[in-house]
Design a protein around this ligand. Structure first.
Ligand code: IPM
Ligand code: MN
Length: 388
């Protein structure tokens, strides 16, 4: 190891498949550490249903402290079917991540939606629609309906949720979205319901005014219901998509359909002194502990974490390794891959590819098409010697 500072990473696996997908992200980060000589310290923390079971709280104060002391946070998923019909239960597992976002000031949720070329077959959309799909969803994360006053009146028979946004809250996320647009294809779409909602009319006014500061950015305004349709009709028309909290939550799962599996989408939540990285997918309780979940979203989130830590080469190495594994036709069951693999096998292969890339680039200075020994062994054990 060199004298580089050790990076502290808070690990919050949470519930369902959270732990098993994060294990794979950790494997890959460890391989990156070995290859690029970085030292990580992983500090575990409880959150969600497991935290409620052990401490009574969805976000124990110790977990928050761990996050505050860390350089970055890797989060899995929270939720439990035990709460599906326990509508009055408090706290709920999801409260953990919501409280954490608020406490750390993570007002910006960035969800890149890119298609892996080799996985076009996975999408239910026609291939012709998928060419050039590369969008960045910028979702406001600490305001709106998620965080306004809510409650019950009339002996529990009348319920209310309030959606509030202030000028400052909208300005900071809108500016970020414009800045992303400047670094990308200079196109921004604000998605709102300004035909109905007052908060949306504030968003629209602020974005209209901000356009003057970014004259090179072309801005479109779409109602959320219309966007739900456009996203499937012409997904490649979008570059940066800016939304409020609730609209962004809904559209991000719709956008996942474009890639073919929710198990592929990573995300970054930023804004405060710390940043948190998490797969867009949830807990998938039916799959928990079965080693069948797709770890690519978690591994992709680790790549975003590396970028955030100022390590773009390392992030690129992760993406390269992922793409090499996918190119071989290997994938978890949700990917309907030619060569099925388990969650942990995928993690092993990506981690191994990270190391193998290093070996190959040392030998030849280039990464050419080849088969990593671990992938070779995997093929052979499943399909016999393929004679490579
Ligand atoms: C997400 C999730 C969360 C959200 C839940 C678990 C509270 O669906 O990150 O998209 O609604 O923000
Ligand atoms: Mn969601």
């Amino acid at each position: 190891m060199t004298g580089k500072a050790k990076k502290r990473i808070a690990l919050l696996p949470g519930d369902g498949i959270g732990p098993e997908v994060l294990d794979q992200a950790v494997k890959v980060l460890q391989a990156i550490g070995d290859r690029f000589e970085h030292e990580w310290e992983f500090i575990p923390g409880l959150i969600g249903h497991v935290a409620i079971q052990q401490t009574g709280e969805a976000l124990p104060s110790q977990t928050l402290e761990t996050c505050q002391k860390a350089d970055a946070i890797l989060f899995g998923a929270t939720g439990s079917p035990a709460y599906d019909f326990q509508v009055e239960a408090k706290p709920r597992p999801e409260d953990g991540i919501l409280q954490l976002r608020k406490a750390l000031g993570l007002y910006a949720n960035i969800r890149p939606v890119r298609l892996f070329g080799e996985l076009h077959y996975l999408s239910p959309l026609k291939e012709a629609l998928l060419d050039g799909v590369d969008l960045l969803l910028v979702r406001e994360l600490t305001g709106g309906l998620y965080f306004g006053n809510r409650g019950r009146k009339e002996e529990g028979n009348r319920a209310f949720d309030t959606g509030v946004y202030s000028l400052g809250e909208v300005e900071r996320i809108a500016r970020l979205a414009f800045e992303y647009a400047m670094q990308r294809r200079r196109h921004l779409t604000l998605v709102d319901k300004s035909n109905v909602l007052e908060t949306s009319r504030l968003w629209r006014r602020i974005v209209l005014e901000m356009q003057a500061d970014f004259p090179e950015v072309e801005v479109d305004y779409l109602y959320a219901d219309r966007m739900a349709m456009e996203l499937l009709l012409k997904p490649s028309a979008f570059d940066v998509v800016l939304t409020s909290n609730l609209v962004g939550d809904i559209l991000s799962e719709e956008a996942a359909v474009l890639t073919g599996s929710l198990g592929l989408l990573p995300s970054a939540s930023m804004g405060g002194a710390k940043a948190l990285f998490e797969p867009v997918h949830g807990t998938w309780p039916e799959a928990a502990g079965k080693d069948i979940a797709n770890p690519m979203a978690a591994i992709g989130s680790a790549a975003l974490l590396l970028e955030y830590l100022g390590l773009p080469l390392e992030a690129a190495a992760v993406r390269q390794a992922v793409s090499e594994v996918l190119q071989k036709g290997i994938g978890t069951p949700d990917m309907r891959a030619r060569i099925p693999a388990s969650c942990s096998q995928m993690g092993d292969m990506v981690a191994h590819m990270v190391m193998d890339e290093a070996a190959v680039s040392l030998r030849s200075g280039a990464i050419e098409d080849r088969v990593s020994p671990i992938i070779y062994a995997f093929y052979c054990s499943n399909y016999g010697d393929l004679g490579w």
